[in-house]
Design a protein around this ligand. Structure first.
Ligand SMILES: Cc1cc2nc3c(=O)[nH]c(=O)nc-3n(C[C@H](O)[C@H](O)[C@H](O)COP(=O)(O)OP(=O)(O)OC[C@H]3O[C@@H](n4cnc5c(N)ncnc54)[C@H](O)[C@@H]3O)c2cc1C
Ligand code: SF4
Length: 568
């Protein structure tokens, strides 16, 4: 029998990007919150600039939950399984994956919220790809703008605004929706490499601008500015310049006295009563099992675990998994199309040994609906992003551009000369949800506790492949304008376990096709909320986390304002 604990107002499962943000407005409003986190606290001493450990050996070694439950994948229901990765880079720790993420902190484009209505208005309904289950979000970007603004200031985001109250500034992103004010800090600095790429973009008539980053460009909120030494792409920041929730919103919430965090608490079940209301959660800490009662439960365990935990939480009232009586849990799954990369070789050193991947030049001309799609046969697009950050193993693993063999002295000589002369772009492309792309429980593969892992059945469709080719063409054009002599293009790949996984508990007003309502509360269980990109109905062509965090704040604020109704 589990040990029964004292009841609390809200339990948040997962103290990561989403849970770590939601805790703050709740705690500030006087709501008693318990944060259950599978990982531990990590400190700056844990964040060694060690490429081998961080990037190749699935750091950290202390908590390996994500690595023990890597989802399986098959491109479609009758295809064989893809090889299962040995590990998954999501983090288990207080702060979650914001501890070691790249920290690009993008707002979505206005079109991403209104894909169906805006595409239909501009090009006709026939342009929505066949088989796509895409819906408009239940609100437009203007609804979420206030929350973007709040989290940018709570976490500390560096950047340059391109549109303040409709006034366009070409030093920022001229395609962004109107924002109410400037970023809290100026952008991370540029090097000669960034200037070279920005000049090439301008030559092409494009508008390059610095990508936004949750990394201090100067001291902010008692944390220092970035020192640009790098090694923090999959590594934490040892001076706390990165705005992980572990050093921003979580400590602020703890200071109120209303947030208690239990680490190494592995939640296995969300419990309900006979009326279909959540009563709390069951978790394991070591070999002991506990039941934590709560008036409201918020799941913020990342997309795969949000879905898996709901599907595993079966009961008489919910025989197919919690909040799943309409069969929507696991549906409308997407991952960003970030494959199909373009690499370029230059004739001179780029001096990229210093820096970090959120320190970059972005081009948004080809993202979302920022260009006229009348003459192309796809919708959506891609954000083009070039950045600094070069590490020894990664550099030496370079493509030889057909100019040298893959081994031996000729290879060594080539790498010695060119290790700092190549670059690979990061391109995030629109992915849409489709009827046959979904998550469920794997029938045979289990985690060490004996629970089935999540199974992904998904592949990119024609629209994603065409958008990816288009973005790669533009990227090649950009590199060549900057003087690249050789280009290599990689295949797009398929939709295996991803760090940008969306859907599975989609947000929408219609309970027949969505798991959570516009506030992030499940349609079927009135005191259960979901945090994270699992609620997002479109991916957009920019990183997810700032949107995830803005939505988390919004859900928490809704709870505070409607406490009597939701917690009753
Ligand atoms: C290397 C890397 C780079 C990235 N770079 C960027 C970027 O530049 N910009 C961007 O926007 N996004 C980036 N991402 C993605 C970003 O990290 C995620 O979008 C974000 O962290 C998701 O937030 P989340 O709260 O849903 O999950 P997480 O931040 O992963 O938090 C989930 C938390 O839940 C805990 N948990 C899971 N299961 C349980 C359980 N059963 N019981 C208790 N606790 C549990 C986990 O331990 C974890 O702490 C990157 C990801 C990686 C891996
Ligand atoms: S480069 Fe900046 S964000 Fe990265 S570890 Fe150094 S100070 Fe921290």
């Amino acid at each position: 029998m589990p040990i029964n604990l004292k009841p609390t107002d809200v339990v948040i499962v997962g103290m990561g990007a989403a849970g770590g943000v939601a805790a703050l407005p709740l705690a500030q409003a006087g709501v008693k919150v318990i944060g259950l986190e599978a990982g531990t606290w990590l400190t700056t001493r844990d964040f060694a600039p060690d490429e081998l450990r961080n990037n190749y050996r699935a750091w950290p070694h202390s908590v390996q939950k994500a690595n023990r439950e890597v989802p399986t994948h098959r491109p479609n229901a009758s295809a064989p399984y893809s090889p299962r990765p040995a590990f998954h880079p999501m983090m288990n720790g207080v702060g979650g994956t914001t501890l070691h993420y790249w920290a690009q902190s993008w707002r979505l484009s206005p079109w991403d919220f209104k894909v169906v209505s805006e595409t239909t208005r501009r090009y006709g309904a026939s342009r929505i790809p066949a088989g796509s289950t895409v819906e408009d979000w239940p609100f437009g970007i203007e609804e979420i703008e206030r929350y973007y603004d709040i989290v940018e200031h709570e976490l500390g985001v560096s950047g340059k605004a391109g549109n303040i109250d409709g006034k366009i500034d070409r030093r920022g992103n001229i395609f962004e929706a109107a924002r109410r004010r400037e970023y809290p800090m100026p952008p991370l600095r540029w090097t000669d490499w960034h200037e070279k790429m920005a000049a090439a973009a301008r030559k092409l008539g494009w508008n390059p601008f610095p990508g936004p980053a949750a990394i201090n460009s100067r001291s902010y909120d008692s944390r220092p500015g970035c020192a640009y030494h790098g090694f923090c792409a999959r590594g934490g920041c040892h001076v706390n310049a990165k705005g992980s929730t572990a050093v921003t919103t979580i400590p602020k919430a703890q200071k109120t006295g209303n947030l208690d965090i239990v680490t190494e608490a592995h939640v296995t079940q969300v419990n309900i009563d006979g009326n279909g209301r959540v009563t709390g959660v069951t978790y394991l800490k070591g070999t002991e099992e506990y039941f934590q009662p709560a008036s409201v439960v918020l799941l913020g365990m990342y997309t795969y675990e949000n879905v898996r935990t709901l599907l595993l939480s079966k009961s008489k009232a919910f025989p197919n998994g919690l909040a799943n009586n309409r069969g929507q849990v696991g549906r409308h799954y997407m991952t960003h199309a970030t494959g199909g990369g373009v690499q370029a070789l230059f004739t001179e050193n780029l001096n990229n040994w210093y820096g970090l991947p959120a320190q970059g030049v972005a081009v948004d001309e080809f993202a979302a609906d920022n260009f006229d799609h009348s003459s192309v046969d796809f919708i959506g697009g891609g954000n083009l992003f070039v950045y600094s950050d070069r590490r020894p193993i990664g550099a030496a693993s370079m493509n030889t551009f057909g100019k040298a063999p893959q081994w031996g002295s000729a290879w060594k000589a080539f790498v010695k000369q060119n290790a700092d002369r190549w670059h690979g772009a990061y391109m995030q492309k629109t992915t849409l949800p489709y009827e046959d792309n979904y998550l469920d429980l794997d029938p045979t593969v289990k985690d060490p506790l004996g629970f089935p892992v999540c199974r992904i059945t998904a592949d990119f469709k024609d629209n994603e492949r065409k958008a990816a080719t288009y973005a790669a063409d533009k990227m090649e054009q950009w590199y060549r304008a900057a003087g690249a002599t050789d280009i290599v293009r990689n295949p797009l790949g398929t939709m295996g376990p991803s760090t940008h996984a969306y859907g599975g508990t989609r947000m929408g007003d219609n309970p027949a096709s969505n798991v959570v309502n516009r506030w992030g509360i499940t349609h079927e269980v009135p005191n259960l909320g979901i945090l994270g990109a699992s609620v997002m109905g479109t991916s957009g062509s920019h990183n997810p986390t700032l949107t995830v965090q803005a939505l988390a704040w919004r859900t928490a604020e809704y709870l505070v304002k409607n406490w009597a109704v939701v917690s009753r």
